[in-house]
Each structure stands twice: as C-alpha cells, then as structure tokens.
Write a protein that binds this ligand. Structure first.
Ligand code: ADP
Ligand code: MG
Ligand code: MG
Length: 246
C-alpha cells in the first residue's frame, strides 16, 4: 500500500525555484534511490518532504498514508513516522546523545521512555553500529568524526523506527568497514512495513542494499526512472546521457 506520494511538487528557496514539479510514489516496503549530480535538488526534495520551512512549497502536494501533509510542521511529520538523516549532521552542545534520542523517542512515540530499558536499548543498538558505549554520554555529535556522525544518525533511525527513513548521502565520508556496518543496520531496520528513500553519490551503500526503484534528478526534475540496473548504467556512463532529456 501507498506510504508517500509527492505530486507535482515545486519548491523554492529565497524566491528561486529549485524543484520544478516532482512526482514520486513510495509504497510500504519499498527502497527507492535518488541519484543526480551536485546541486540537482536531491537534498531539497528530502527537506521539503520533511517539512523544513526554508524550502517553500509553491505548488503541488505531499501525502503520507493518504493524509495530506503539505502544510504540516516538521514535528508533526516526525510523529507520523517520517525521518530524515542529514547530509551534514549538526552537533548539539549541552545535550548528550542518549538524552537527545530518548527525548525524541518520547516525543515521537508519545510514550515515556523508562531510563534503564532505554539505556539497554541504546547500548544494544550502539553495539550493532560498533560505537563505543561512552558516546551515549557525549554531547550529540560534538567532536564526533564524520563517520561517527553518520552512525549517530543511523542510531537515531533505528531507535525511532520511522515508517519512512530518508537518508541523505549517509555513505559519504565512511570508510569501507563503516559502510558495511551502516548498511547492515539499514538492512536490519528495513522490513515490509517501512520504506527507504536514499540519496547516494558513491553507490557504496547500494552494494549492500538493492533498491527496487531508481530516480535520476537533474536540474530539479526527475528525468529518468528505472530499476537497480540504472545504478550500473550511471556508474558506467555518468549523468550526461540524461542531461539531453532535461
Ligand atoms: P543536491 O542535494 O542535489 O546536491 P541541493 O538540493 O542541496 O542539491 O541544492 C540544489 C540547489 O539549491 C543548489 O543550487 C543549492 O545551492 C541550492 N540550495 C539548496 N538549499 C539552499 C538554501 N538553503 N539556500 C539557498 N540555496 C539553496
Ligand atoms: Mg538536492
Ligand atoms: Mg545534497
């Protein structure tokens, strides 16, 4: 059944239109990948789906489980089960990673997260990610390496357990071991009731997770759609072949 439907989405930042009518449907259980050159509008699309107010929707609609969410706040979308892992995760001084994730889980699930069960859950999930348990008590992403920040995003995803997980270049800046670990965690999260929308440049992650659908985004438009064979096609030929279709 349908989880996300994006209809004729136009998005502007500072009066400049970045997306010019995106259509995209993601059903439950599906893995979709968005590929495209730098500056194509990939991150913009994910921010608009998440409800980041910087990205103004000037035309079109977004539906989640059949409900229109085009005008909803980020918080409300998160409660509905939408998650965005940022391309460049920010650090938050003064709040530990454990408190940050526990507060988010409480808010999103609407259920109090009892301290000790939550600590056990964190510890188990951090072990899955080969993260040292001491990181739970460090300020969120503060002094974390690029790879550790990406892992902390995946940790949040696994604990929040969203219906739709959007991952923006989660494989960038990871060494081969970390890519393997992060991919394994994404696979363990994924089941027939949730969906993934993945942006990747390096295709690293796609060695471990096979998408059913690939969308090529150029200059704010989806110019090509297909199955996983598109990933290899792009790896071989680059994006130039699709430019002429713009
Ligand atoms: P991609 O993720 O495909 O590399 P982005 O969605 O980040 O591309 O950006 C698309 C275009 O929109 C780029 O030209 C970028 O500079 C511009 N852009 C994105 N976000 C902002 C912003 N917050 N303010 C101004 N320009 C932006
Ligand atoms: Mg983008
Ligand atoms: Mg981007």
């Amino acid at each position: 059944s349908e989880l996300l439907r994006v209809e004729n989405l136009h998005v502007s930042v500072g009066g400049k239109e970045l997306l010019h009518g995106i259509n995209l449907t993601v059903n439950k259980g599906e893995v979709h990948v968005i590929m495209g050159v730098n500056g194509a509008g990939k991150s913009t699309l994910l921010h608009a789906i998440m409800g980041n107010p910087v990205y103004k929707i000037t035309e079109g609609h977004i539906y989640f489980e059949g409900q229109e969410i085009t005008g909803l706040s980020v918080d409300k979308r998160a409660k509905l089960g939408i998650f965005l892992s940022f391309q460049n995760p920010i650090s938050v001084a003064g709040i530990t990673m454990e408190n940050f994730i526990r507060t988010a889980k409480t808010t999103i699930s609407g259920k109090q997260q009892r301290l000790f069960p939550f600590k056990r859950l964190m510890k188990a999930r951090m072990e899955d990610l080969s993260m040292d348990p001491s990181y739970a008590d460090r300020y969120l992403n503060d002094g974390f390496s690029g790879g550790e920040r990406k892992k902390s995003e995946i940790l949040q995803m696994r604990i929040l357990d969203p219906k739709l997980a959007m991952l923006d270049e989660t494989d960038s800046g990871l060494d081969v071991d970390a890519v393997r670990i992060v991919s394994k965690n994404i696979s363990e999260y994924h089941n027939e009731n949730n969906s993934l929308l993945i942006i990747t440049h390096l295709n690293q992650i796609l060695k471990f997770i096979t998408p059913e659908f690939v969308h090529v985004l150029i200059d704010g438009r989806i110019v090509k759609e297909g199955g996983p064979e598109l990933v290899d096609e792009i790896e071989t030929n680059g994006f130039d072949a699709y430019r002429s279709e713009v």
